[in-house]
Structures are given as structure tokens and as C-alpha cells.
Design a protein around this ligand. Structure first.
Ligand code: ZN
Length: 103
């Protein structure tokens, strides 16, 4: 996979199209990445069971987390030319297809 953890990517499809964010996790097997602030889902976090059983008390917590998206829905945001780009592979690693510099 050409996108790695720590890269900044541009989202090119879906509801978060146009957003930019940092890759928090890369999952090469699934071909997915999770990107900071992108595709946020709400998750209900349950407290311990004991507390849940107490009546009249609000329990649990809603947390937002970025759900993984397909890497094909993203483009690398080139740190050299600051454009969303496809990544090519050169002799010594990744190359921005726009500015031809190593990224
Ligand atoms: Zn570039």
C-alpha cells in the first residue's frame, strides 16, 4: 500500500470529500486507512456492567472515532507541492506523480 501511517491525505469521494487529514492507522490487508477527523462514527462506550444495572443513572459515553475508509478514496497530499496526488514508485521509494519529487 502506498499510503502510510503519518501521511496527510486528501479525501476524494464520499461525504468527507475535500477534507484533509493525517493517517492514523493503515491497514494494508484490507486496503483501508483511518484518517483523523474523517468518516467519524459515534460509538457508545459501555461502562462496567455493575454500573449499568443501577437505576436512574445515566451511564455510558458517546465517543467519536474515525472509521476506516478505502485507500482508493484518498490521495496523498504531497508535502512538496501541496497537491493531492497519485503516488508512483521510484528507485528509492515513493514519488509524487505531479512534481516528481520523493515523498
Ligand atoms: Zn508533489
Amino acid at each position: 500500500m502506498k499510503i502510510k501511517k503519518g501521511d496527510t491525505v486528501l479525501i476524494i469521494t464520499g461525504k468527507d470529500r475535500g477534507k484533509k487529514g493525517k493517517v492514523l492507522h493503515a491497514m494494508p490487508k484490507e486496503g483501508k486507512v483511518s484518517v483523523e477527523g474523517v468518516n467519524l462514527l459515534k460509538k457508545h462506550v459501555s461502562p462496567e456492567k455493575q454500573k449499568q444495572q443501577q437505576k436512574g443513572k445515566k451511564t455510558g459515553q458517546i465517543v467519536e472515532f474515525p472509521a476506516p475508509i478505502f485507500v482508493s478514496n484518498t490521495k496523498l497530499l504531497c508535502p512538496k507541492c501541496d497537491k493531492g496526488t497519485r503516488v508512483g514508485m521510484g528507485e528509492d521509494g515513493r514519488i509524487c506523480k505531479k512534481c516528481k519529487q520523493k515523498v
